[in-house]
Design a protein around this ligand. Structure first.
Ligand code: PA5
Length: 443
């Protein structure tokens, strides 16, 4: 598959015919819709089911928000946040705000934490800017985005009135259920639907991800095209040897069976840092249950070689590493020669920075393999919207197969309720009276 190539030559595992057959069966089970969590399989054919009309509607709404606001605040958490954030970071120039012609509007995020300082600073920062908001919540009841939305909605209404707010707020939520759906209907906000059968962490290619990205000017058509290509490349008809998602799923499960309990996803391109965060949610929520699952961790390199590198090289031997390796940088920077050579770097003169980065990557790979850290490489040709679309779907499909190989339901997340019960009890939410008494006695 041209957009994503998997190199497992340094993973140190041998894929047996039995494992191969298991992976093919897991992929077939996903496609049959008969496995665990089968009411959340809408993501499998999501890329190919996105129509021209869907993309037109998203782009039309995005154009309205772009025309009305300098800053669009995207409110959501977990799967209703990380996909858009990851793709936006990957596609953005980190120094954009210093450019005169910077991306307009600026897309900011809220509701992904309950920090008072973050909220105050955000509201302060947008004071002099025209604003709009996209509020995203599948359940429509998640506390963090609900609090942020209450404050941002009030600010928008103060500035533009109720009517103006209805032109500046878009909701992305369930088609019928939840407080956000009720509120959006009552206030007359344009609304996009998150399909019932697509869970939060698999929803980046629904309006959850596509609308904020279109607002930010990302080529969502290319993103979807890339995902469509990967959908084909990982379908159940594809033989195991040609299916990168199936191979990745098998290798990580073999490593897990061999005692590797931690997978570190890393990249030598800092713009991919939030792809790591998106991936951590995808794999952590999908596989971490019933006392099982690889712990998903991440590093950004080479920065983290100067912090986590020591541990990876010589700490507990429980981990393996998956590197997203970018073949081609978009820019060209050559290291200059210096007649004085006081820094001793003239041996690098004439080389591109990417050559140094590549040698760091190859050197680290061998060092870590020698140190007992198996290495997988996910090679992508460049960071473009199309390639990122393929990469996202590659990881999603692998996650489904991997979860079935592990023997869990990869599409639920019962564990995330525990903290909510305690938080609601501590906040004395109506209906939690008994729990409030019990938890206060424990403090
Ligand atoms: O993957 C998931 O289901 C979760 O991470 C959710 O996306 C997250 O909890 C936010 O939920 P909601 O979109 O209902 O506000």
């Amino acid at each position: 598959m041209k957009n994503v190539k998997l190199d497992i030559s340094k993973a140190g595992v041998e894929i047996t015919p039995e494992m191969e057959a298991k992976a093919q069966a897991a992929n077939a089970l996903l496609h049959s819709g008969k496995g665990a969590g089968n009411d959340f399989l809408g993501w499998i054919h999501l890329p190919s089911s996105i129509t021209e009309a869907d993309l037109d509607a998203i782009e039309a709404e995005a154009a309205k928000l772009r025309a009305r606001a300098d800053v669009v605040i995207c409110i959501g958490i977990g799967g209703s946040y990380l996909g858009a954030k990851a793709v936006l970071e990957a596609m953005s120039n980190p120094f954009e705000l210093l450019h005169k012609e910077h991306r307009n509007p600026t897309v900011l995020f809220a509701g992904q934490n309950i920090s008072e300082d973050y909220t105050a600073e955000l509201l302060e920062a947008v004071k002099e800017h025209s604003i709009a908001a996209i509020v995203i919540s599948k359940s429509g009841t998640t506390t963090e985005p609900a609090i942020a939305f209450r404050l941002i909605k009030a600010e928008i209404e103060r500035r533009y009135g109720k009517q103006g707010a209805a032109e500046r707020i878009v909701a992305v939520t369930d088609k019928a259920r939840g407080a956000l759906k009720t509120l959006a209907t009552k206030e007359g906000y344009p609304t996009f639907v998150i399909p019932d059968d697509v869970g939060g962490r698999f929803s980046v290619l629904t309006p959850v991800g596509l609308l904020p990205l279109a607002v930010a000017g990302v080529d969502v058509r290319a993103l979807v095209r890339g995902a469509q290509e990967m959908e084909k490349a990982t379908s159940e008809e594809v033989p195991f040897a040609g299916n990168p998602s199936a191979i990745y799923a098998v290798v990580r499960n073999l490593l897990y069976q061999g005692g590797k309990k931690i997978e570190i996803l890393g990249s030598y391109e800092p713009r991919l840092q939030y792809i790591n965060e998106w991936w951590k949610q995808l794999y952590g929520e999908s596989e971490g249950k019933e006392g099982k699952g690889i712990f998903p961790a991440s590093v950004t390199l080479t920065a983290d070689l100067h912090s986590m590198g020591q541990y990876i090289q010589q700490g507990e031997r429980e981990m393996f590493e998956t590197i997203i390796s970018v073949a081609q940088p978009a820019a060209k920077v050559v290291i200059e020669s210096d007649p004085e050579n006081l820094d001793g770097l003239n041996y690098l003169a004439g080389k591109r920075i990417s050559e140094v980065n590549r040698m760091a990557e190859l050197g680290v790979q061998l060092a870590h393999v020698d140190g007992g850290v198996p290495n997988l490489r996910v090679e992508i040709p460049a960071v473009t919207a199309e390639v990122i679309g393929s990469l996202l779907y590659f990881f999603e499909k692998a996650c489904g197969i991997s979860g079935y190989l592990l023997g869990v339901n990869p599409f639920d997340q019962p564990g995330v309720e525990a903290y909510k019960k305690n938080m609601f009890a501590l906040l004395e939410k109506p209906g939690y009276e008994e729990a409030t008494k019990a938890i206060k006695a424990r403090l």
